[in-house]
Ligand binder design. Structure first.
Ligand code: ADP
Ligand code: MG
Length: 239
């Protein structure tokens, strides 16, 4: 069980997240939706203790998540932009394992095997020696997915992985999310789009500073809820 209780975040006095509480059974693929500025990225970053919360607790299997970050993998929205320096695809994926591999002094055979297998799985092994900055957005997103796979995390969080990627990447990500769920992993995915892509999720969290609704798609994506989250105009389009 993943438990978030009363999580709140302020940025310089401005409330970005207010009293958000929810439970998620392990092994689910959960979508987070809500308008721009709703606090979706803030929620996941506060859960991972990357930004400070003003209050709240986050537990994974009964213990504070922030003490189990080696079991987590996070692909942020910003992962895709900051690649001016020439790091190769291979090293991006190996980086995920630095901490674990450190236990064995350096990158051992197991770490290289995991990196290679993960890159094969996302169809990026052939491009492993390319600088990541030279790849398309979709290819980069697949490399970050490979890095998350190589880490063998139990709890994976992706911030808008389907934004600005090509169709092939979308299909690969979609397929791997389903495989990860079948393996019993827990996934939280911020999904900007309100369309048919929401069908893949076991349940949705609809956010606008507060948690507006949680549950299966047909209970969450209703005109009432959308109006509360997005205002009247958009609610009419999607209801
Ligand atoms: P979402 O991911 O749903 O688009 P964010 O979590 O990025 O929303 O942002 C929620 C709110 O917090 C927005 O109003 C945003 O402007 C504000 N915010 C986000 N990051 C910061 C920051 N580092 N400093 C100040 N305000 C921020
Ligand atoms: Mg965001």
């Amino acid at each position: 069980m993943l438990e978030v209780q009363n999580l709140s975040v302020n940025y310089r006095g401005n409330r970005a997240l207010q009293d958000v509480s929810f439970f998620i059974p392990l092994g689910q693929l959960v979508g987070i939706i809500g308008p721009n500025g709703a606090g979706k990225s803030t929620l996941v970053e506060a859960m991972l203790n990357l930004i400070p919360a003003t209050q709240g607790t986050v537990r994974f299997k009964g213990r504070a998540l922030k003490n189990q970050l080696l079991k987590t993998s996070y692909v942020s929205q910003r992962s895709l932009v900051d690649w001016d320096y020439p790091i190769t695809v291979w090293n991006v994926v190996m980086m995920a394992q630095t901490v674990q591999a450190g236990l064995f002094r350096g990158f051992n055979r197991q770490a290289r095997h995991l990196a290679g297998a993960a890159l094969e799985r996302v169809g990026m092994y052939e491009l492993r020696d390319r600088p990541i900055g030279e790849l398309s957005g979709g290819q980069q997103q697949r490399v970050f997915l490979a890095r998350a796979l190589a880490k063998e995390a139990e709890f994976l969080i992706f911030d808008e992985p389907f934004t600005a990627v090509d169709r092939k990447t979308e299909d690969i990500i979609f397929e791997i999310f389903q495989e990860l769920r079948a393996e019993g992993k827990t996934l939280m995915v911020i999904n900007h789009d309100l369309g048919d892509s929401l069908a893949i999720y076991d349940q949705l969290l609809l956010l606008n500073k507060r948690l507006i609704a949680q549950g299966p798609r047909h209970e969450v994506v209703t005109s009432d809820n959308l109006e509360r989250a997005y205002g009247r105009g958009l609610a009419r389009v999607f209801a």
